[in-house]
Every structure is written in structure tokens, then in C-alpha cells.
Design a binder for this molecule. Structure first.
Ligand SMILES: Nc1ncnc2c1ncn2[C@@H]1O[C@H](COP(=O)(O)OP(=O)(O)OP(=O)(O)O)[C@@H](O)[C@H]1O
Ligand SMILES: [Mg+2]
Length: 369
């Protein structure tokens, strides 16, 4: 798969731009604040209808002087696909795939697969459990579209269950809550098992990559910490039983706290280096290497299980030392993955980075150089 063309209309600081990409490495150069990250964000938005930058407000994506934005991407797979997404200030979002309209963001999943490297990735290590769940959910939804679908169903049920728990006007009792329990357990169990399976795939690959990066000095590990307690190698039926039992046992606690306290929305990932929690003991450089290994593992798994992903490297090469930079670029070359690299540092143009096509980004305009 590769991205052939991207068109941006009224998106952030872009008014009307079209960019044709090379199948290999595309370099975007430009000074601070010119629109490099905005462009990667547009590509990412077309991959999963989600932005990787904190806030979730569609409003912010629309150019401040306009009333709507429109993005489109032409993808070459076994055949050509055109993905479109647009939104206006009335918060109406529209998605089209080959001119056919779709209602939900998740319908976009699975067409354009991307792996993003951004300076914000460190939040995955340092931030709250929510950041790690967000990382896992976005990565896994790209890998497995059905994960995105079940996650969305779970979130709907969770909202309804929580509003029932909070509603003081209703007499809260077993039977009113149990209507939602069953769906919470069914979707939630599926989510947890899919997460555990994904970790089983990604952790050994990340560990291998990390061993090379650290010259076998450090051992990477990730464990799944569930609000439901310790979960071994369980079947779906066993998982559901465990979830149900917990809800019944902890009823009073949920009534008292007026919110749903158990399930995948309360789970976390714990990252370890040499059996020590990375968040607490890892240096900045170790945290960076960990994330690099994790993202590269993601890319490798995408490559071996299906489509090669499009790699988006936002301003990260300058932060890596020579060894890590070479490692990442060699992987991109060996796997022949299409890549978009942004850099504010003009020295990349002078030949220390192999690329197939370079562009300059300036005040929301893109010029081939
Ligand atoms: N909705 C919007 N409408 C108009 N301009 C916007 C909008 N959202 C962001 N911008 C502008 O986009 C610019 C930032 O673009 P971007 O983050 O892509 O910069 P960058 O080239 O990645 O810079 P850096 O090298 O600092 O990371 C800012 O000048 C900001 O004002
Ligand atoms: Mg930027």
C-alpha cells in the first residue's frame, strides 16, 4: 500500500494544497510553525478519523477563517482507493470511501495504515494510564478493525451504565444495572482478550529490536494490569465469568463511587526494562529507545501480517543518536516502507539522510525542492 496523493482544503493553516508522494522516503523541511505536523496530522486523520494531538475538537482542525475542511487521500493498494473526510462548524463530519458515504469514523479503519513517531510519544511512558490505553487502542484498531468496532460498542455501553449509576432520580437496584452488565461484560471481555493477544505478538518483537538497540544489555517487557485482577491464559468464557463475578462482588463499591470501576477502560500497561518499571527508573534516553522499539515492532507486525504501513516521523530523527537513527532508517529501507519525515533542521538536505523526494513547507504551502 502507498499514499499517492493528499489534498487539503481549509485544514489548519492549509487552504488549498495538493501533494504527490514518492513511494519511498519523503522529506518535509520547514521552519517552526509552518505546517509540517499539521500535514502529518491530516494523513493520520485519514487513517483513523482521530487526531494524535491531545484535544478532540473537530473545530480546531478547520482553518480559523473558514467554515469547513475537506481532506482526501488517494491510496494505491491492489486497486486505487480514495478516502475523504470533511467537517463543518456544526460538527457534522462526513466520510467517503470511493465516493460512497459512511457514518462512522471506524469505517475508515484498515485502508490507510500508519505508524507515527512523534516527540509526544514519551507521554505513553510518562503519562497517565489513559495515555497508554489510548496508544494501545489506536495501534490495535489499525491492526484489527474489529477491535475498533467492539471498542466503540463498549464505550457506548459504558456511558449509559455510568449515567445510570450517577442518576439520583432513579432508585438504583440490581435489575436496572444488570441490563448493562451483560453488554459491558461481553464487549469488555473481547477487548481484554484482543489486547492480550496483541501484546503476545508485539512484546517478543519489540524485545528483539530493543536487545539490538541496547547491545543486549537491557530486557524489555510489558505486562497488562487489569482492574479485574490477575488474568492468566483464559478463554473468552472464563474471561466473561471473571468479569461478571467482579461486578457482582463489587456492586456496593460502584454504587458508592457512582461510576463503572471495572473493565478495560480502567486497565493499564506496565513497561519494564530489566524488570524495573520504566516510568519510575528509566532515563529519558531509555524511555525513548523503549518507544522506538515498540513502534518498530508495530511496523514489523503490520508488514508481516498484511499491509506495509506508512511511516510518519515527526521531528524525531534529530532526537535520536547515530546508532538509533541508522537502525530506524535501515529498517525502513529493508522493509521498503513508504515514509514521511519532517525536520526543521535544514542540514538533512545536505546528504546525511537518504530520501527520494523533498519538499519545503512554508506558511501552509508545499513546494517541491
Ligand atoms: N485551525 C487553524 N487555522 C489556522 N491556522 C492554524 C490552525 N491550527 C493551527 N494553525 C497554525 O499552524 C501552525 C503550526 O503548524 P505545525 O504544528 O504543523 O508547525 P510545524 O511546521 O510542525 O512546526 P514545528 O517545527 O515547530 O513543529 C501554527 O502557526 C498555527 O497557528
Ligand atoms: Mg511540528
Amino acid at each position: 500500500m502507498y499514499l499517492e496523493k493528499l489534498t487539503l482544503e481549509n485544514y489548519r493553516n492549509y487552504l488549498n494544497e495538493e501533494i504527490v508522494f514518492d513511494k519511498g522516503i519523503n522529506l518535509l523541511l520547514g521552519q517552526n510553525g509552518q505546517g509540517k505536523t499539521n500535514l502529518l496530522e491530516a494523513v493520520y486523520y485519514l487513517s483513523c478519523a482521530n487526531t494524535f494531538r491531545g484535544g478532540k475538537k473537530i473545530e480546531e482542525l478547520i482553518n480559523i477563517e473558514k467554515d469547513y475542511f475537506h481532506l482526501s487521500a488517494v491510496l494505491i493498494k491492489n486497486r486505487t482507493f480514495e478516502l475523504e473526510i470533511s467537517a463543518n462548524r456544526q460538527k457534522k463530519r462526513q466520510i467517503k470511501i470511493n465516493n460512497v458515504p459512511y457514518k462512522r469514523g471506524i469505517d475508515l479503519l484498515g485502508y490507510l495504515k500508519v505508524v507515527l513517531f512523534s516527540p509526544d510519544d514519551l507521554k505513553t511512558v510518562k503519562g497517565s494510564p489513559q495515555e497508554r490505553r489510548r496508544y494501545l487502542d489506536l495501534s490495535l484498531s489499525q491492526y484489527d478493525k474489529s477491535y475498533g468496532q467492539v471498542l466503540q460498542k463498549y464505550q457506548k455501553v459504558l456511558l449509559q451504565r455510568n449515567s445510570l449509576l450517577k442518576d439520583k432520580s432513579l432508585p438504583l437496584n440490581e435489575s436496572s444495572l444488570s441490563i448493562w452488565d451483560e453488554q459491558l461484560v461481553n464487549y469488555g471481555s473481547e477487548i481484554i482478550l484482543k489486547r492480550l493477544n496483541y501484546l503476545k505478538k508485539i512484546v517478543p518483537t519489540a524485545r528483539k529490536i530493543h536487545a539490538e538497540l541496547s547491545q543486549n544489555k537491557e530486557r524489555l517487557n510489558i505486562t497488562y494490569q487489569s482492574s479485574l485482577g490477575k488474568i492468566g491464559d483464559v478463554s473468552l468464557a472464563e474471561m466473561k465469568n471473571l468479569f461478571f463475578d467482579t461486578l457482582i462482588k463489587k456492586r456496593k463499591e460502584e454504587f458508592f463511587r457512582t461510576t463503572s470501576l471495572f473493565g478495560p477502560h480502567r486497565d493499564d500497561l506496565i513497561f519494564y526494562l530489566n524488570d524495573l518499571p520504566l516510568r519510575i527508573y528509566g532515563s529519558q534516553g531509555q524511555q525513548r529507545s523503549f518507544i522506538l522499539a515498540l513502534k518498530m515492532a508495530e511496523a514489523r507486525i503490520f508488514c508481516s501480517d498484511g499491509d506495509k504501513p506508512l511511516m510518519l516521523l515527526d521531528d524525531v530523527l534529530s532526537e535520536l543518536d547515530d546508532l538509533r537513527r541508522k537502525f530506524l532508517l535501515d529498517e525502513i529501507k529493508n522493509e521498503q516502507m513508504q515514509t514521511i519525515i519532517t525536520a526543521a533542521n535544514m542540514e538533512f538536505k545536505e546528504g546525511n539522510l537518504p530520501y527520494n523526494q523533498a519538499y519545503e513547507v512554508s506558511k501552509g504551502k508545499i513546494i517541491k525542492i
